[in-house]
Design a protein around this ligand. Structure first.
Ligand code: NAI
Length: 719
């Protein structure tokens, strides 16, 4: 709701009241309409201030109302009524003014913001556009380039930037409501026509067409198939080329198209999926977060290679003291330099002092005796990690949490090396660890809820999307990636090229295709793991049973490339060629195409034409199928957890909601039918065999994704 009170006799103060962020629910909109009318008709009121309770102006639309029938007054006429008032209206912006909240402020005649406030139009991140006049008023107020940069990205700006851009008229360190009230009193009776933004002409640069063409190209490139940013550009173009009323019509049409699109549904689903995953339930439905995390002040990182360096930076940036241990002197020297560089660059970007003095370095594991938790990031080798865990158990003070960044090893086996297995948890970061937003927190059968809670909380403090997952080979993300990568390789054997496969995946919306990704992360890493697992032995890749392992289809193509020293980007050659080792531009490699032809000839394989649809169905549906198995096994608590992992860790396009949501959009029956089809064609590929849970969901009428947990729970209770 909204309340009207009288301040200093002549100012009507309208306060939005809807905790926690004063979202514009039907009741709040009705409250605004009523209070505006009362203020308008009350002769005592000479000017009006709009603010939000509890130091927050307004967080925007009430997203929970999106999929319901609209009740209450619509936003657009409500904002017009504010703008049309013949008494000055001042927005007092404290905390945040986002989305519809900022659009309300743009309908006011003046805007005064507290210096700590943040403003923005984030609708595009939910697959929409600012549809209450935001696309028409903002360009009129701050010009087309600045408005486009805000509206097409949804980025937030600080009060200072908002002042520089001209979004607000004044920034204050004092109470913004008090300042706004005083200001409102001082301008009572002044003319308002020149303060109504809808009356402003939209500034038109001379090269308007070129500007929009350029912007459209940029947006299409970065949007990777998302339609909302494109619609945002079209709406702003309407502001620049049409009179206000017609521009509003165009905004409405574009909004209607977006509102009913699958992408908006996917993005809104993903918004809630992040919250659901944040609650980190156990597959049984019990919640971990009833356990209190233990406070952590000092942490240690063991092993300063690629991962350890990034983890050290992330911990120091969170404000923790860090002891960084590395046994190899050369590595230690390099790590010191690299960590300092990363901290300095990060601090410069954020305008803060670098946290260099929070880190102490040592070659001796004894240095970790007084830390609250340890994150181990030594080589991926079970014997070595076991030894490190034994040493840590002897050195650390009692109760120290022992976390491992292993990407494939059994967390519970490591726990067995310590007298307190309940303190051991996996903390699976992604490279580069100080940048990537995903963290899988791996709980073993003996991990205590408090240890898991502490790992999750630490991850959240580092700004990571932290998802609790069960202990199995590859955990969630890498386990699902395996069948996807396998399918990509099988497609090469059957006649595709890396370019064809990658193109299909990029057009789907991935930031890069399977082969480009594999070149980037290094083919040798997976090769080393396969060798340690005994999947690959010398000579096997070219021997008679090259294409079969444990009775199932296997593609040795990656092994063959590694045998030739083609490790990907780092060595200058992999599935593509690069201008130099470490070079970033991937080019098609004629050698690779010849190599594939020779390989097919050697194994009697006849290349056939493979289209994009087959690439997508085989790569994506096999990945999704593994996702169903993960749910069936109780390794992830729900489909939302998997989707959060895939969007934040694996470049799955957010506007497609994540793999499990996407399966629902395609139709579970169709996914099942295609998997059956491909499994019939490739019976020696078990990952194509449809999972029991998928069959069960289809049999129970393909419920929407937010109902899957119930089916899974029933399944587990029957086991
Ligand atoms: P790396 O090879 O770059 O670094 C390992 C470091 O550990 C080396 O500097 C080595 O000298 C040091 N080390 C070895 N034994 C040690 C000991 N006893 N005490 C102290 N330091 C010791 O390895 P990377 O890539 O950083 O991987 C580390 C861990 O992170 C592995 O378990 C890996 O599976 C996991 N991981 C790696 C990812 C990646 O993309 N590289 C992603 C996610 C997890």
């Amino acid at each position: 709701m909204a309340q009207l009170t009288y301040v200093s006799r002549s100012v009507g103060l309208i306060t939005l009241q809807n905790p926690p962020v004063n979202a514009l629910s039907a009741a709040v909109r009705q409250g605004i309409v009523d209070t505006v009318e009362r203020a308008l008709n009350d002769p005592k009121v000479k000017s009006v201030v709009i603010c939000g309770q509890n130091g927050i102006f307004c967080g925007g639309a009430d997203i929970t109302e999106f999929n319901k029938n609209m009740t209450g007054p619509p936003l657009v006429p409500m904002i017009h009524a504010i703008e049309a008032m013949n008494k000055p209206v001042v927005a007092a912006i404290e905390g945040s003014a986002f989305g519809g909240g900022l659009e309300v402020a743009l309908g006011c005649h003046y805007r005064i913001a507290h210096s700590k406030a943040r403003l923005g139009l984030p609708e595009v991140t939910l697959g929409l556009l600012p549809g209450a006049g935001g696309t028409q008023r903002l360009p009129r107020l701050i010009g087309i380039p600045a408005a486009l940069s805000l509206i097409t990205t949804g980025r937030h700006v600080t009060a200072t930037e908002a002042l520089q851009l001209g979004i607000v008229d004044q920034v204050t360190d004092h109470n913004a409501v008090d300042v706004a009230v005083k200001f409102a009193q001082s301008i009572a009776g002044q003319p308002l026509d020149y303060r109504r933004i809808s009356n402003y002409p939209c500034p038109r640069p001379s090269d308007l067409d070129a500007l929009f063409e350029d912007m459209m190209q940029k947006v299409r490139q970065s949007a990777r198939g998302a339609i909302a940013p494109v619609a945002c550009v079209q709406a702003v173009r309407a502001a620049a080329t049409l009179p206000y009323a017609q521009g509003m019509e165009r905004e409405k049409e574009l909004m209607a198209t977006l509102f009913t699109s699958g992408q908006a549904r996917a993005l809104q689903y993903f918004f809630f999926a992040q919250r659901a995953a944040g609650k980190w339930m156990m597959p049984s439905g019990a919640r971990w977060d009833t356990s209190k995390p233990r406070p952590v002040h000092k942490a240690a990182v063991i092993g300063l290679g690629t991962m350890g360096r990034g983890i050290t930076v992330a911990l120091a940036q969170t404000g923790l003291s860090v002891v960084a241990v590395e046994t190899q002197e050369k590595q230690l020297m390099e790590a010191k330099q690299e960590v300092s560089g990363m901290l300095q660059r990060g601090a410069k970007r954020r305008g803060v002092a670098p946290a260099l003095d929070r880190i102490s370095y040592s070659q001796n594991i004894q240095a970790v005796a007084d830390v609250d938790l340890v994150i181990e990031a030594v080589f991926e080798n079970m014997a070595l990690k076991k030894k490190v865990f034994q040493q840590l158990s002897a050195v650390c003070k009692p109760g120290t949490f022992l976390f491992t960044n292993t990407s494939t090893l059994d967390v519970d086996q490591l726990a067995s090396e310590t007298p307190n297995p309940e303190l051991v948890v996996g903390m699976h970061f992604f490279a580069p660890a100080h940048v990537m937003k995903l963290l899988e927190v791996v709980y073993g059968p003996r991990s205590s809820p408090q240890a898991v809670a502490t790992a999750i909380q630490l991850g959240k403090k580092m700004g990571k999307a932290s998802v609790a997952v069960g202990n199995c080979h590859g955990f969630v993300g890498n386990r699902m990636l395996k069948p996807y990568i396998n399918q990509a390789s099988f497609l090469l054997e059957e006649g595709a090229t890396p370019e064809l496969v990658d193109r299909a995946l990029v057009e789907f919306g991935f930031s890069m295709g399977a082969f480009r990704m594999s070149d980037l992360s290094g083919l040798d890493i997976a090769w080393k793991i396969r060798k340690e697992e005994g999947m690959v032995q010398l000579g096997m890749a070219s021997g008679p049973s090259a294409r079969i392992r444990h009775g199932c289809r296997y593609s040795p193509l990656g092994d063959l490339l590694c045998e030739q020293g083609r490790f990907g980007q780092k060595s200058g050659q992999g599935w593509y060629q690069y201008d130099k080792p470490g070079g970033r531009i991937a080019r098609s490699d004629p050698w690779l195409h010849r190599f594939l032809e020779e390989y097919r000839a050697r194994h009697g394989l006849v290349a056939r034409n493979i289209d994009q649809q087959e690439v997508l169905e085989r790569c994506l549906y096999s990945l999704i199928n593994e996702g169903f198995r993960i749910l069936e096994d109780g390794i992830a608590a729900g489909p939302e957890d998997i989707d959060v992992i895939y969007v934040f860790g694996y470049g799955w396009p957010r506007h497609r909601g994540g793999p499990m949501f996407y399966a629902g959009m395609v139709g579970l029956a169709k996914v099942l039918e295609r998997l059956e089809h491909y499994h019939q064609a490739h019976p020696d590929v078990p990952s194509l065999q449809p999972c029991g849970l998928l069959r069960r969901l289809v049999a129970s009428g393909s419920p929407p994704v937010n109902k899957w947990r119930e089916v899974i729970k029933k399944l587990h209770s029957q086991l």
